[in-house]
Design a protein around this ligand. Sequence first.
Ligand SMILES: Nc1ncnc2c1ncn2[C@@H]1O[C@H](COP(=O)(O)OP(=O)(O)O)[C@@H](O)[C@H]1O
Ligand SMILES: [Mg+2]
Length: 451
Amino acid sequence: MVLQGHVEMWRAMQERDAIYANPDATDDDYMHAAELETKFAEYGGYDAEARAGAILRDAGIDPSLHERPMREVPPGLKLRVLLAQALFSRPDVLLLDEPTNNLDIDSIRWLENVLNGYDATMIIVSHDRHFLNQVCTHMADLDYGQLKIWPGNYDDFMLAASQARAQQAALNSRAKERVLELQEFVRRFSANKSKSRQATSRLKMIDKIKIEEMKPSSRQNPYIRFEQEKKLYRQAVSVEKVGFTYPGADAPVLRDVGLEIEAGERIAIVGANGAGKTTLMRLLAGELAPTTGKVTWAENARVGYMPQDPQADFAADATLLDWLAQWRAPTDDEQILRATLGRLLFTGDESQKSVRVLSGGEKGRMMYGKLTLLRPNVMLLDEPTNHMDMETIESLQIGLEKYPGTLLFVSHDREFVGALAGRIIEVRPGGRLVDFRGSYDDYLKSQGIEV
Ligand SMILES: Nc1ncnc2c1ncn2[C@@H]1O[C@H](COP(=O)(O)OP(=O)(O)O)[C@@H](O)[C@H]1O
Ligand SMILES: [Mg+2]
């Protein structure tokens, strides 16, 4: 895979090998093979394998896998192989479209380091604020129907863009005041002969004042707030010696898991793809029964669960309004349902759309609506920012910061985890947990990782 990243070298190599393998090859063919050999050498072919091996090793791919087919590479590492391929030909320009999608938090950190250490022009599409802040030197903002380049990383851009907008608004209001003053003068004195020349010149001045049109931004932030109906005290849930094996599987996903979670805690669950985070969430949500051990919730716990893949929630053909109505409290009338949809940016006729046609991000927003109406005192959110644009992630983060209940969430969004979690649970391959009290940065430091 990696060698193929250098297309010309790869072709020369294939063509040459085909000639050597052909028993009927003519002298001309062998002449051609010699030319290809020269080309191959010019492309750095002779140390290509060693270099590809080194790139793969740096990417954390075990040497035992280097000669193996792609399908044997664990899913969490496949993207690393693709990136190694992209880097192999030493490109001057790298185009990366949502490179952090489906990457776990460790792989994202790895990618940040690789890109920061690589000297090329990079054009990156991403919704990951932490990643953008770490890697990018400029932001290209596509809004108001235009592409505008801002120097700096994402935080710099947000600050500068909002300042620029405020400044423009201030300039505009000053210009409008000036126009009003001038108009007032013209109105009072245009009939007055001695002042009519002045009035005419004021009229010309009005024409010269430009008020920059402020186009509405295409960005929209949904408004997300979660309430709890009943406050929970002390212990929220107790997990004792839980082990879990999927039916028919030979190895358990989780082994001997013990957790005590207090009401009001905010816990991030992190770990590589396939480690067992979703399995742990489903056990907590009661979707799966533990193979051994038990999960005990407080008597008054009211659990709201957002699965990683909410497909099952949207199987029935219902309108957005009817779908949401399933979770209404007796006091929630249609107006409240419509207002809830509106805050989640579903407006007007959209409430009559079928939930089946919704995109991944839209389904996610509908799940936020469900959780809003349920008013749970515990929320289990499995990758709640997946498929979401930056505005929605920011709004969700604010909603969760203000949520007074107990929160457990799985996320690969470093910014999100950093802002929300006071306790980190890492699911390690092999099914054991690391349970750390403190922020994500403190957790990384405790693991000897520089932040
Ligand atoms: N329904 C299932 N049946 C059998 N194996 C499963 C099922 N769901 C998940 N697994 C396996 O269990 C392991 C943990 O998966 P999961 O909990 O989804 O991981 P994560 O959410 O951390 O990415 C993986 O090896 C996965 O292939
Ligand atoms: Mg998962």
